[in-house]
Each structure stands twice: as structure tokens, then as C-alpha cells.
Design a protein around this ligand. Structure first.
Ligand code: ADP
Ligand code: MN
Ligand code: MN
Ligand code: MN
Length: 334
């Protein structure tokens, strides 16, 4: 009995909200077993043929129950064995299979707001009216400047305990707004790590009775929205080749992206047009642009990358509520 393992199966429902349920495994399995759930209760199946199958894809230590217990990130299949509509991971794996030798790396910067569930406003906001204007909150230190640090910090530590590759956190530009970064993680695993990190954040916020808001522009007006900047590199970009520098490869990638702006915007998250006004560190929703060190453009080449002539670039367009499997596989495909 004491060797039993609790496996928390985590998946995305019809609206790509997280769902999870737990089961007991009486010994450590050689293969994590498939499991099913009632798809008619998640909007993913009809009542008469309701079973959806979960296939385990990534396993993390459960930071809530202790490392012997696991978080199992799954994708989902209908009764005929076809991927469900929200299973974007399935097609993404086919795209990544074509570029294995390029070892594509991703760094995903997840911005979000922590919400007071009683007022429906971000932490640190008054019941009515607005807080003092933006300026002192970004990477702020001290009372009246940051709100919810204990939640953010607990999330950070628990991600590390789980084995999620989280590279940092910071307070963002608006009060109650935060960011964590997942990466660098290779290929399809970037999406898996992001789903695990979002799951852990929801759970930590749940304990604190606080909401997590991923809408890209939850507060209208003179307040930053939330994005999911996606940093990307291939082996050639990181190292260069005999005939080209890494920066040449980066510029070639950016050139390709410039011809597919609309296709990319279509999978970069919903409501992004409310965020990408060209103001508040965003570029215009409709037009592609790139620059070294610029924050008002679609793609930024970090200054140090430009100087060293190798590294990665940042796609600043994806919104905070984006599907990481769609975003990473689209960049890879282009
Ligand atoms: P910003 O300066 O835009 O705020 P961050 O430091 O928040 O950037 O995030 C940068 C992310 O890029 C981190 O997650 C980091 O791990 C990741 N990263 C670093 N090097 C690479 C690389 N070569 N390829 C892809 N991602 C990378
Ligand atoms: Mn960042
Ligand atoms: Mn940021
Ligand atoms: Mn960034």
C-alpha cells in the first residue's frame, strides 16, 4: 500500500481548459497506462459514445503530493482512435518529426494576471477606479508595487520540483501581472512543459483562492496586455554552418516568417487583436516587422545575438492564451 503511486492525469478539454483526475497504481509501471474519461462532460463527445482515451505523453513529479507521485500530461482520442478537436499535439508531433536533426529549442514567456475573484479585478487593484499608472510595477520590489509574489514564488519552486524547465519569473508592467519563462526546451516537449507549468499555476492559485487570467487584454485602456513571446532557435542558428553565420540563418528564418504573417496570427491565440494595437510594447496585428532589440515589432533579434552573430530570435506575437503546441509547431513548419 505504501508503495502506491498516485498518477494525476492532465488533459485539455474542448475549450483547451485544463482538466485532471487521479488514479492509484499499485506498482511503478513499465509503461504509463492509457485511461479514459467521460467526454460528454467536457464537451468532447456525445452521451451515447462518450469515452475519450488519454494517452500519456510526458511525466512530471507531482510537487503537491511528493515526487513518487506523478503528473501525467496526456493527449486525447475519440472512440475511433482519432485525435479530438483540441488535440493539437498530435499534428504538431508530425511537424517536429521532420526537423529532429535541427534540435529546435523554444523559450516561452508566459504572461498572465492574478485575479481577485471577489472583485473580478487583478490583485492589487482597487474595487473601483484604477491604480496609479504603469511605471513602478515591472520587476517591482516592495509593498504597493507587486501583488501575489507568494503565489508566483511557490509556483516557481514547485515547477522546479516537478522537473519543469522553468528559467525564471518576473513581475510585469501592470499591477497583478506576472510572467514565467519555460525553456529552453526542445521540440514537442516545450508544449508539454508549458501545459505542466500552467497546471501547477492553476493549482497554486486554487489553494490561494485566486484566479489566473490568460486573456491577452483583460484590462482595456492604458495597461499592458499579456503575451507569450516565443524564443526560437535551430542548431544552425545557435552554431552557424561553414557557409553561414547563425545570424544569417536567423535572418533567413525571419524572411520566411515575413511571408506567412496571417497564417501565424491565425494560430497565435484568440483576442490577440485587442492586445496588438501597436502600443504597450506590441506591434500591429496586421503587419509584419522585425528589428534588433525593438519591442514594437513582430520579431526581435536580441542585441547580444546580433553582436555574437548566433543564438535565437523572439516572436513577440503569440498571445498569453495561445496553444503552445500550435505556436511552436507553426514556427517550426515555416
Ligand atoms: P525577454 O528578454 O524577452 O524578457 P526572457 O528572459 O523572459 O526574455 O525569456 C527568454 C527565453 O528564451 C528563456 O526562456 C530562455 O530560456 C529562452 N532561450 C534562451 N536561449 C535560447 C535559444 N537559443 N533558443 C530558444 N530559446 C532560448
Ligand atoms: Mn521576458
Ligand atoms: Mn514580459
Ligand atoms: Mn520577451
Amino acid at each position: 500500500m505504501s508503495y502506491s503511486i498516485i498518477a494525476e492525469y492532465v488533459w485539455l478539454d474542448k475549450n483547451k481548459n485544463l482538466r485532471s483526475k487521479a488514479r492509484t497504481l499499485t506498482s511503478f509501471p513499465s509503461v504509463w497506462p492509457r485511461w479514459t474519461y467521460d467526454g460528454s462532460s467536457t464537451g468532447q463527445a456525445s452521451g451515447h459514445d462518450s469515452e475519450i482515451t488519454m494517452i500519456p505523453r510526458a511525466v512530471f513529479d507531482c510537487p503537491f503530493r511528493g515526487e513518487r507521485h506523478k503528473l501525467i500530461i496526456c493527449d486525447t482520442y475519440d472512440s475511433e482512435g482519432n485525435p479530438t478537436e483540441s488535440n493539437t499535439r498530435h499534428s504538431a508531433t508530425h511537424i517536429f518529426a521532420n526537423v529532429i536533426e535541427q534540435h529546435t529549442w523554444f523559450g516561452l514567456e508566459q504572461e498572465y494576471f492574478l485575479m481577485n475573484l471577489e472583485t473580478g479585478r487583478p490583485l492589487g487593484w482597487p474595487q473601483e477606479g484604477e491604480p496609479e499608472e504603469q511605471g513602478k510595477y515591472y520587476c517591482g520590489v516592495g509593498s504597493g508595487k507587486v501583488f501575489g509574489r507568494e503565489i508566483v514564488d511557490r509556483h516557481y519552486k514547485l515547477c522546479l520540483e516537478a522537473g519543469v524547465t522553468i528559467s525564471g519569473i518576473n513581475a510585469e508592467v501592470a499591477p497583478g501581472q506576472w510572467e514565467f519563462q519555460v525553456g529552453p526546451v526542445e521540440g514537442i516537449s516545450a508544449g508539454d512543459h508549458m501545459i505542466a507549468a500552467r497546471y501547477i499555476l492553476e493549482r497554486v492559485a486554487e489553494e490561494a483562492g485566486v484566479g489566473v487570467e490568460y486573456d491577452p487584454k483583460p484590462i482595456t485602456g492604458a495597461w499592458n496586455g499579456s503575451g507569450c513571446h516565443t524564443n526560437f532557435s535551430t542548431k544552425n542558428m545557435r552554431k552557424g554552418t561553414d557557409d553561414k553565420t547563425g545570424l544569417d540563418w536567423i535572418n533567413e528564418g525571419i524572411e520566411r516568417l515575413s511571408h506567412k504573417h496571417e497564417e501565424h496570427m491565425a494560430v497565435y491565440g484568440s483576442g490577440n487583436e485587442r492586445r496588438m494595437t501597436g502600443e504597450y510594447e506590441t506591434s500591429s496585428y496586421d503587419t509584419f516587422s522585425s528589428s534588433v532589440a525593438g519591442r514594437g515589432c513582430s520579431i526581435r533579434i536580441p542585441r547580444h545575438v546580433n553582436e555574437e552573430k548566433k543564438g535565437y530570435f523572439e516572436d513577440r506575437r503569440p498571445s498569453s492564451n495561445c496553444d503552445p503546441y500550435l505556436v511552436t509547431s507553426k514556427i517550426c513548419e515555416t
